[in-house]
Design a protein around this ligand. Structure first.
Ligand SMILES: *[C@@H]1O[C@H](CO)[C@@H](O)[C@H](O)[C@H]1NC(C)=O
Ligand SMILES: *[C@@H]1O[C@H](CO)[C@@H](O)[C@H](O)[C@H]1NC(C)=O
Length: 130
């Protein structure tokens, strides 16, 4: 008789989202403008992380400036609206955008100014705290 041994190792890399407020600085600040180089209609907000934020008019499909603040977080512009189903393995984003992203003041450089419908942000992998 053979016993199939199933070792269910639950490696839960649980990022502890505890109730502990670690508010050193406000993370999630993001400038959006319809025009490149912070022109046109702009809005600045500190956005909750790990939450989809739907772009309202006039920013929906109309955002050329997508400029996160300098803290250690990334934002991911998405083609689909919040709640839409993304079947692309790339997550329907062109990738992470942070403070240093070269096209943050001109998404039109990669033709994303007319594609962006929503976005979400998350902390970068935390560096070893000193
Ligand atoms: C944005 O500003 C830079 C630097 O002044 C300029 O080179 C670039 O052409 C501008 N982009 C647009 C789309 O206006
Ligand atoms: C894009 O934003 C500008 C500035 O708010 C607005 O005038 C224009 O109508 C918008 N375009 C679209 C397609 O929403």
């Amino acid at each position: 008789m053979k016993f199939s041994t199933i070792v269910a190792t639950a490696v839960s890399a649980a990022i502890a989202v505890s109730g502990t407020p670690i508010e050193k600085r406000e993370v999630g600040g993001l400038l959006l403008c319809t025009g490149a180089n912070a022109t046109g209609t702009c809005t600045y907000n500190v956005y909750e992380l790990k939450t989809c934020h739907q772009l309202p008019a006039p920013f929906h499909h109309n955002t050329s400036t997508f400029a996160p603040d300098g803290e250690a977080f990334n934002c991911f512009p998405r083609i689909g609206d919040c709640g839409s189903i993304c079947t692309s393995p790339t997550g329907c984003t062109f990738g992470a955008v942070d403070f240093n992203y070269k096209n943050k003041f001109d998404l039109g450089a990669i033709k994303w100014n007319t594609l962006i419908s929503s976005f979400d942000c998350e902390l970068k992998t935390p560096p070893t705290t000193q």
